[in-house]
Every structure is written in C-alpha cells, then in structure tokens.
Design a protein around this ligand. Structure first.
Ligand SMILES: NC(=O)c1ccc[n+]([C@@H]2O[C@H](COP(=O)([O-])OP(=O)(O)OC[C@H]3O[C@@H](n4cnc5c(N)ncnc54)[C@H](O)[C@@H]3O)[C@@H](O)[C@H]2O)c1
Length: 420
C-alpha cells in the first residue's frame, strides 16, 4: 500500500507552526545566509532528501533551506515524543511531506520511517541513525540510489562506526556531530540549557541547593553540570572514563560511583548514550522523592522495565511526571517516560545553537552532491573548511571580529628552528 502523503496530528495548526518557525529563523543567521545562496545557486536541484530528525522549529528551517536549494525533502520524527505538532503541520503546508505526531507509539514511529523511505531518498539525514539502519536492514533495495548520509548525534555516530567495523556500511556517511561547530556548542550549551529547561517545565523545581547527579561527563554532561551549578545546585558527576572523571574533579565537581551518589542525589540526569546506567540496585537506595530524567538519545539509560517491576503502583502526577510508588513507601519520579527530556518537556535546543549544527548539515548535503560517487564508503568527518566556515559566519553574524596572524607569526608557527 502506498504511504499517505503526510501524517501529522492536525493540519490546522500550521499557522501557529509557521509563526514559530519564523521566530526561530531570526536566531539562525548562518542558516539564513546559506538559504539565500542556495536559493540562487540551487546546488541540490532535483535531489531527494529524507530527514529523520526532531520535528522542531529549527529542523523546519533546515528543511526549508534544503528545499530552497532545489531538494525535494521528506521528514519523519527521530523520537516519538519530540515532535512539535504545529511545526509538522506547517511543514506539510510548505510542501515538505512530514510523518510525525507527538506521542506516537513505536508501531507508528517505524511506519513513519517507512513512509519517509518510500520517497527513495538520495541523501539521508539522521539523528540517531534510524534511516540508515532501516535502509541497511529492511530496505536494501534503496542502497544503490543513495549518494550519502549525514548523522546529527553522538549515539548515531557510534552506531555507524559499529556498522563500518562489521563491514556492513554500504554508503558514505558524514559525522556532523563530530564537527567542532556542532558538539562543542550544541551538545554542551544546547543540551545544558534545554535539559534544565525541560526538567524545570516538567516539575517547576528550584535547582538551588539540590544535589544533582549528572551521569556521563561528555559534551552534554559538561554543559549540564555547568548550567545546574549556575542555578545553585550541588553537582555530582558519575563517569566510567578516567580522563573525563579527572576533568570533572578539576572542574570542581564531586565525582563518585553511582552506587554512592544514588543514596544522596535529589535529581539524576543521564547523558551517556549507554544502557541501564541507572538500574535496580540504584532505585533500591534512592531517597524518597528522587527525580529521574534522561537527556541521552535513547530511553534506555534508565532501566524503566526494572523500575516498573519494582513499583507497586504508578500514576501520573503532572504532565511528564510519573510517580513510581515502591513497596517500602518511597516514591521515585520519572520524567518524560525516560525520553530526552529537553525535547519531550521543552522545545529542544534554542535556535541560535542549532543554527551551527544545521548549517553543517546543509553544507554537508551540498558537499555530498558535489562529490557524488567519489566519497569512500566509510564515516567521514565534516570537511574542515565547512567547520571553519560555519564558525566564521557565526562570528560575523554575532558582530564579533577576530585577529589574523601576521606573515611573521605564520612563519614562526611553521618553523622549528627559531627558539629563545
Ligand atoms: N538531548 C539532546 O538534545 C542531545 C543532544 C546531543 C546529544 N545527545 C545524546 O546525548 C548522549 C551523550 O552525548 P555526548 O555528546 O555527551 O557523548 P559523549 O560520548 O561525549 O559522552 C558520553 C559520556 O558518558 C560516559 N558514560 C558511558 N557509559 C557510562 C556509564 N555507564 N556511567 C557513567 N558514564 C558513562 C562516557 O564515558 C562519556 O564520557 C548521546 O546519546 C547523544 O546522542 C542528546
């Protein structure tokens, strides 16, 4: 059966979506500059692009930019809870078939991925590698037509490296997450701020004085710890990697195993990309009233099945807040079904930071088309000139000028003979 031409919650929400997309665009000057150039040059003319991304106002601006470049764009959600229904409706009205409904179940989620793939994409843009894995496992008929793909997040890139290592990857991929102008800003400042925002909107808690346990001190963990501390929280970091643990210690945080932190934390937040980081043994020793949230890509970081099994009852006490009552009388509170809380309960990263991530995505799509057939089948870094160009354009848009090396300094930095 052919896929319907779109699947959104309510097409009449389009006007509200359009207005919010335009609001976000004001904060996306780099994407704006690229859109204007794409409109004139049409570097993506006739190219079919499928994006499996969080359907937010920022993603809409990326999609409209690719469309301005001449591409036929189709979108589906990269998480069942992250879709903004008004944005999905506005995208459909803008001529971008979109398959995404906030709160869709797993069956619909995968049906939507299938519908996006029915467009026979030549470029895939993923946030979590769902398009690329579905193509490789269930829709290998599409491989021959794919020029390449790009990946937005850390978890997706880990999956791609595993596919390549196992000899399974069949088309070239670009690791957009690994661009400096992506993870140093989006993962750190974006996830830091928006995760605090999501937890605050879901619970309305005061952060000052709380013991906040950050599991994973990667780029997201750095941002989150920094922002929680800024709100007056006492931050405890949990890590498995010694260099990052050491960095957390020297950044001024307390570092300890989760088995210890579990006994004293008020709020636990996972950002590891790993599985069952918070598990049954931890639930057993947590304080009554402890809050659990995840901002990592998948809802696997908190062992929800184990929590459900331990609980004698469960009820919703506020939107996005589930109370799990344990037999000994303690209650634990899980936010947003353990899905990335910044997108489930808030609006995801602010537009200004997605400006850089999505500028990389747009320029990488152009790069793949320019190098069609020439890219080796592997996971490529974002070309350095794209990364630097995004930083230059962002600085310019922010009105920040920087210095230039003098000819003498260039010679000095390139030489090995000159000393004291
Ligand atoms: N919420 C969002 O909007 C958003 C944005 C960007 C990235 N992400 C996701 O967040 C996750 C983290 O991304 P990142 O860029 O910070 O990754 P990263 O690889 O830089 O950091 C992850 C850290 O977690 C640590 N870790 C792994 N297993 C652990 C465990 N069992 N206990 C404690 N620490 C553990 C690792 O050692 C590493 O330091 C990924 O799933 C990524 O896809 C989410």
């Amino acid at each position: 059966m052919p896929s319907p031409s779109y699947d959104v919650k309510d097409i009449s929400l389009a006007e509200e979506g359009r207005s919010r997309i335009a609001w976000a665009y004001r904060e996306m000057p780099v994407v704006g500059l690229i859109r204007e150039r794409f409109r004139k040059e049409k570097p993506l003319k006739g190219i079919r692009i499928a994006g499996c991304l969080h359907i937010t106002t920022e993603t809409a601006n990326l999609a409209l930019t690719l469309q301005a470049g001449g591409a036929a764009v189709v979108l589906c959600a990269s998480n069942p809870l992250s879709t903004q229904d008004d944005v999905a409706a506005a995208l459909v009205e803008a001529g971008i078939p979109t398959y995404a409904i906030k709160g869709e179940d797993d069956a619909i989620y995968y049906r939507h991925i299938g519908a996006a793939l029915d467009s026979q994409p030549q470029i895939t843009i993923d946030d979590g590698a769902d398009l690329v894995t579905t193509i490789h496992t269930k829709r290998s008929d599409l491989v021959a037509g794919v020029i390449g793909g790009s990946e937005e997040t850390t978890t997706g890139i880990i999956r791609l490296h595993s596919m390549h290592r196992d000899g399974k990857l069949r088309y070239p991929m670009i690791a957009v997450n690994d661009a400096q102008t992506k993870h140093l800003f989006d993962n750190r400042y974006g996830t830091g701020q928006s995760t605090i925002d999501g937890i605050t909107r879901a619970t309305n808690i005061l952060w000052a004085g709380k013991k906040v346990v950050v599991c994973g001190y990667g780029w997201c963990g750095h941002g989150l710890a920094m922002r929680a501390e800024g709100h007056g929280a006492h931050v405890i970091v949990v890590e498995v990697e010694p260099v990052r643990a050491l960095e957390a210690v020297m950044d001024g945080y307390q570092v300890m195993p989760l088995s210890e932190a579990a006994k004293i934390g008020d709020i636990f937040i996972t950002v590891t990309g790993d599985k069952n980081v918070i598990d049954a043994a931890h639930f057993k020793v947590m304080k009554d009233g402890a809050i659990l949230a995840n901002s990592g890509h998948f809802n696997a970081e908190i062992n929800i099945p184990a929590l459900t099994k331990m609980a004698k009852s469960k009820r919703t006490v506020r939107t996005y807040v589930e109370e799990y009552a344990l037999p000994d009388g303690r209650c634990l509170y899980l936010l947003g079904e353990g899905r990335l809380i910044n997108l489930a309960a808030a609006e995801g990263h602010p537009a200004s930071v997605m400006d850089m991530s999505f500028a990389n995505q747009a320029l990488c799509a152009e790069y793949m088309v320019k190098n069609r057939g020439k890219l080796e089948v592997k996971v490529h870094p974002v070309p350095e000139e794209i990364d630097k160009e995004v930083a230059r354009l962002k600085l310019r848009a922010m009105g920040v000028a920087i210095d230039k090396l003098t000819a003498e300094q260039e010679r000095y930095l390139a030489s090995w003979e000159e000393g004291t």
